[in-house]
Write a protein that binds this ligand. Structure first.
Ligand code: AMP
Length: 147
């Protein structure tokens, strides 16, 4: 019996996302579910705002570069997974909040993500995974990565 109709894979593009992608893809296949990808660009402006205005132009252009790079990466990944363009999503903001919001907006019933990104400790949940689990509007599969 199919349990999920819409599955979202959250990709951070920092490290190796392949294990997460494979699990999400397999679950979508076995459930006959629609697959979505999401990457969230975090605002650099917030991080540098307290440093004064001299930083702002550089931060704005760096953010534009990052956005362009993200669009390229998500389009390539979407093509490889044979997804529709409208299922390849980019949002700006805090990753956990945006993941929650996209789940509500798109009616996602399962999020597939890593237990931690590249910088996380192997045995601990990373901060994004932890925050997504708390208050998630749908099921969450935290894939143990990088052993
Ligand atoms: P973290 O909790 O930051 O160590 O990351 C754990 C997992 O959260 C990653 O493996 C991704 O699945 C997801 N994640 C982290 N940052 C982002 C991001 N900026 N956009 C989308 N997903 C993310």
């Amino acid at each position: 019996m199919a349990m999920y109709k819409k599955i979202l894979i959250a990709v951070d593009f920092h490290g190796d996302n392949e294990e997460i992608i494979d699990k999400g893809q397999e679950l979508a296949r076995s459930n006959g579910a629609d697959l979505y990808l999401l990457h969230v660009n975090e605002s650099l402006m917030i991080a540098y705002a307290s440093d004064g205005m001299s930083w702002s132009d550089q931060v704005v252009s760096l953010e534009a570069e990052i956005r362009k790079e993200t669009e390229k990466k998500i389009a390539e990944l979407g093509k490889r997974l044979e997804l529709k363009n409208e299922n390849c999503l980019i949002r700006e903001g805090k990753p956990s909040s945006e993941i929650h919001q996209v789940c509500k907006d798109e009616g996602i019933d399962l999020v597939v993500m890593g237990t931690h990104g590249q910088s996380g400790f192997q045995l601990l949940l990373g901060s994004t995974a932890n925050s997504v689990l708390h208050g998630s509007p749908c099921d969450v599969l935290a894939v143990r990565v990088g052993d």
